[in-house]
Design a protein around this ligand. Structure first.
Ligand SMILES: [Zn+2]
Length: 323
């Protein structure tokens, strides 16, 4: 995602940033940041504005657990001034390259910072990488990237920090609305069933039980026994909706639905959720805030709670969240 096409060069301007007048006489080249996933790259590109270039390697509908770097990715990583990745083994196939780059430039694993780890578990042993599912956790993670960018590019540090504060405020607003909406789900249907276990932090934050067919990585397939156990749970708890994910085959979710139907318990697909990738670049669903709005609106409405048909940003197509 190339956010700024503005060429680097000599410029001198008075720029209004968050009410502060900043005189810049920057002569340095624009910094070039490469992020692995769009959940990092897109917010960072908003925060960087036109002062730095931010691209992400993994696009719409692509599973980061399985993603292998292309030659062009490696070229981008080699040329980057700074690399930002999630960590906690999400980008399992990239670790060798990231480790090789680390002595030469800032390589920041935002989910592996001590601040984020302290918020994951008390004993620090959990390795669930899906930190973006909790906006408060994710803001803490993104802050590490913003701090690193500010250190890399001191003339623009105030600009980045001011934009970051504004962005994190928007994340907080969406989170508060999400809390209220999830609280409207009838307790009996407050179970989120998904294809792989990406929603643990989401469930913890919003008070939903989370069940998944595959584990926290998609690297190993779910066995028949696991599906049978979940079918038992669907029937026993009278769960009526399960969710597919944009980055995971629908095969196992369909097997789950068929298994429940065979036992005279009707289950429907509650909608498609963005677990490990976001929507198309350049659209609302391709933004972190839009992706989260879609997920929360889809989940709340499908589980019988109250959320606006077009989402909290009033930008979702009704068909996206109506089942
Ligand atoms: Zn995942």
């Amino acid at each position: 995602m190339s956010i700024s096409t503005k060429p680097a060069g000599i410029f001198a301007a008075i720029i209004l940033a968050g009410g502060i007048l900043i005189a810049t006489g920057a002569t340095q080249a624009q910094k070039n940041v490469v992020a692995t996933i769009a959940q990092i790259g897109e917010p960072l590109s908003v925060i960087a504005g036109n002062r730095a270039t931010v691209v992400n390697l993994i696009g719409e509908g692509v599973d980061p657990h399985l993603y292998r770097l292309t030659r062009s990715d490696v070229l981008k990583l080699n040329r980057a001034d700074m690399v930002v990745y999630n960590g906690l083994n999400l980008e399992a196939q990239m670790l060798g390259v990231l480790t090789r780059l680390a002595p030469h430039k800032p390589v920041i694993g935002v989910a592996e910072t001590s601040k984020v780890r302290a918020m994951l578990t008390s004993d620090g042993t959990v390795h669930d990488p899906h930190v973006w599912m909790d906006p408060i956790l994710w803001a803490t993670a993104l802050q590490a990237a913003v701090d690193a960018l500010a250190r890399l590019d001191p003339p623009n540090a105030i600009f980045y920090h001011t934009n970051a504060d504004e962005y994190f405020f928007q994340m907080n607003v969406l989170h508060a609305r999400a809390m209220k909406a999830v609280a409207s789900i009838p307790p009996v249907s407050g179970v989120l069933v998904t294809a792989h276990d990406a929603f643990g932090y989401f469930g913890r934050k919003y008070g939903l039980d989370v069940l998944a067919i595959q584990g926290i990585s998609t690297e190993s397939e779910a066995g028949i026994r696991k599906i049978e156990t979940l079918v038992d749970t669907l029937v026993r708890r009278r769960i009526g909706a399960v969710f597919i994910e944009s980055t995971v085959s629908t095969h196992s979710v369909k097997a789950l639905i068929e298994g429940a139907n065979a036992r005279n318990h009707q289950v429907r697909i509650g909608g498609m959720l963005f677990s490990d990738a976001m929507g198309p670049r350049g659209t609302y669903l391709g933004t972190y805030l839009g992706m989260f709005d879609h997920n929360i609106t889809t989940i709340v409405r499908s589980l019988g709670g109250e959320a606006p048909k077009r989402g909290f940003g009033d930008q979702l197509a009704e068909t996206e969240t109506m089942q």
